[in-house]
Design a protein around this ligand. Structure first.
Ligand code: AMP
Length: 212
């Protein structure tokens, strides 16, 4: 089973991917997390991706497709996996077709730009365990500290208004292409991402259970 979460930055797809990963015991693969880790470690991949990420632009298809193809070969993906932040372009979607699965379900998170700016400018993340917080809707128990691993929280360097604006524009172009592609394929489920996290989680679980 392959589950794909499509949506703009800040639409909550990462949070839902974590919940679904636990519920169905399949790994979440986030290309954004893989790239941020590479940047933090200063690997050749990180060096290549860093400037694009800072500007809110997409990293080239060949690099990203290579990362995904290697990752899904691993043993933990045998029962299935969740893709968060991939595919983002038509070549990426087409590359997935060569990786066979018995079932593929695609969720498209929909939300207004105003709500996204509000969410992203108040988002904090844990650099160690990757937990995500929000100063308005989901603050940590102790100010600035991760509830799970007690690491000081940080703001992502691309969560500033200028880069958010750029990332949203990039997303609008992505959405059109991917929406058309998966609508034609017939496996696309739109999700109202302005709803509460628990409601969205239940909707996603119910769709997965009906379709797997
Ligand atoms: P995200 O955490 O998904 O918002 O991704 C952060 C940044 O990583 C994006 O703004 C892109 O620069 C890069 N990135 C993540 N996933 C992809 C992808 N599938 N294709 C190209 N670039 C990506």
């Amino acid at each position: 089973m392959r589950i794909i979460f499509l949506g703009p930055p800040g639409s909550g797809k990462g949070t839902q991917a974590d919940l679904i990963s636990k519920e169905f015991s399949i790994p979440k693969i986030s290309t954004g997390d893989i790239l941020r880790e590479a940047v933090a470690k200063g690997t050749p991949l990180g060096k290549k991706a860093e400037s694009k990420m800072k500007k809110g632009e997409l990293v080239d298809d060949e690099t990203i497709i290579g990362i995904i193809k290697e990752r899904v070969k691993k043993k933990d993906c045998k029962k299935g996996y969740i893709l968060d932040g991939f595919p983002r372009t038509l070549p990426q979607a087409l590359a997935l077709e060569s990786i066979n699965t018995d079932k593929e379900i695609v969720f498209l998170f929909k939300i207004s730009k105003e709500e996204l700016v509000r969410r992203l400018t108040s988002r904090l993340v844990c650099p160690k365990c990757k937990a995500v917080y929000n100063l308005i809707s989901l603050p940590p128990k102790t100010k600035g500290i991760c509830d799970i691993c007690f690491t000081p929280l940080i703001k992502r360097s691309d969560d500033n208004e200028e880069t958010i604006e750029k990332r949203y524009k990039v997303w609008e172009a992505e959405e059109k292409v991917l929406n058309d592609y998966y609508t034609k394929k017939g496996n696309l489920y739109p999700i109202d991402a302005s709803l509460g996290s628990q409601v969205i989680f239940e909707q996603i679980c119910s769709i997965i259970n009906k379709n797997r």
